[in-house]
Design a protein around this ligand. Sequence first.
Ligand code: ZN
Length: 258
Amino acid sequence: MTPHGLLAPDEPAPARLIGADTKGRALLICDHASPRIPQSLAGLGLPVEAMARHIAWDIGAAALTKALSERLTTPAFLANYSRLVVDCNRALTAEDLITTDGDGHRIAGNEALDPAGRDLRVTAIHHPYHAALSALIDRLAHSGPVALIAIHSFTPVFRRRARPWVAGVLYGDDDRLAIPLLGALRQQKDGAIGDNEPYSGRNPGAYTLHRHGSARLIPHVSLEIRQDELVTPNGVRRWADRLSRALRPLLGTAGISP
Ligand SMILES: [Zn+2]
């Protein structure tokens, strides 16, 4: 066990960086990249098949983030643990920081969590995740303009309603990247693109970009891709192509080398 007592010595750090040796300055961030639960939490009492479902992670988001990192030759920062352990895209005060309800599934291992158990997850994962991200952004920002692009995926059906968008562009007050990106994706005329749909970028749920983008005045945008678009390698490639085509020119215009 580490001093934190949550992660075993053979388990990965809270996050990993890929494309560290690239010259790109648009940092891709994937908060919900992994369904992994630390061994010490015994699967949170969930059946194994539940872990593969979307409640544990954003299906296809990690694969898309990696493919886009290659297309744009830019670094990507990905979470190594499930949002069910502690959601790194939530403030420490958020009710669903450690959720007990995964889209209708009870998360037994979170229901009985005491304050010490909660602190352990925050100390072992949430804090080091954001400290590493912050240090990385500092390093990049030291040598010129930077942009942050968050990659998520959403379920095709929510509360029995089919979601009509193939993807959504999410943003709050800073729409420097979002508005031109929305225009570029819509111009591709390949399925409906949501404007702050299926979620709003103003939602407190958009914690990572609020903390590292808004607070530091760094241009940022969040992308949500519908999960059925990303279930095959071809689908992932297609979206990596679409997004890199849309992003490359507008990052260039903003003076940020993609
Ligand atoms: Zn997500």
